[in-house]
Design a protein around this ligand. Structure first.
Ligand code: SF4
Ligand code: SF4
Ligand code: SF4
Length: 209
């Protein structure tokens, strides 16, 4: 088995939330560390024990309990932006690894729930604490993982094109506020529809107050 295909096989097992809880910049860097550096297979909370079991079988290595220093295996969550209090700073867009947030500078932002992996990376940067993580009421599936991998890859390609130098993904993200604020990888018409719906929700809430 070549090293490349081993990385792909490990990556295929990982859930692709891109949450960085394993200590790496995303699922693929963790897959690389497992394949090339013998990193422990028990550092992925979203994958939980089932994921560790699959990795152990793939790598013919003993199954380990989840390393809870990385986090607990919890039910899937989804980010929700309180559109009434959002100040449009774009920090959440910059933090989102899968382009699940749309909005523009000084305009209200909203989350594409179907695209959100529940990674919670957008919560901490929000200066007005208007993002909450709520139950997603669904399971994370291989189809969602494939979509998340694709969205993450598109985002990386965008950042790599803007920053061909070999800095980390985090550094490229920080350096690219404006391009990232163009937001999610959806077509213009869908983007306009999502923003119009979010504005209508915000207006309706304001009228109730
Ligand atoms: S889902 Fe999160 S913890 Fe698991 S491999 Fe991907 S980035 Fe790491
Ligand atoms: S919207 Fe927030 S929780 Fe959802 S994927 Fe993006 S950063 Fe993660
Ligand atoms: S970080 Fe918070 S205030 Fe800034 S755009 Fe996102 S939701 Fe709005």
């Amino acid at each position: 088995m070549s090293s490349i295909s081993l990385i792909d096989r490990i990556d295929a097992v990982l859930p692709q939330t891109q949450c960085t809880k394993c200590g790496y910049e995303g699922c693929r860097p963790y897959a690389l560390a497992i394949a090339n550096d013998g990193e422990a297979i028990n550092r992925c909370p979203p994958g939980g024990q089932a994921g560790i079991q699959t990795l152990a079988a793939l790598l013919h290595t003993p199954e380990l309990p989840l390393d809870t220093h990385c986090g607990e295996h919890l039910p899937l969550l989804v980010a929700v932006i309180d559109e009434l209090h959002c100040i449009g700073c774009t920090l959440c867009i910059q933090a989102c690894p899968v382009d699940a947030i749309i909005g523009a500078n000084k305009l209200m932002h909203t989350v594409l729930a179907d695209q959100c992996t529940g990674c919670d990376l957008c919560v901490e940067p929000c200066p007005v604490d208007c993002i909450s993580m709520e139950p997603a009421h669904k399971e994370w599936t291989p189809t969602l993982a494939d979509a998340a991998r694709q969205h993450h890859r598109q985002r990386q390609q965008r950042l790599d094109a803007l920053h061909p130098e070999s800095s980390s993904l985090a550094a490229k993200t920080l350096a690219n506020k404006a391009p990232l604020s163009q937001a999610a990888s959806i077509d213009t018409e869908t983007r306009q529809q999502v923003i119009a719906a979010a504005l209508a929700r915000a207006r309706a809430r304001r009228q109730k107050q």
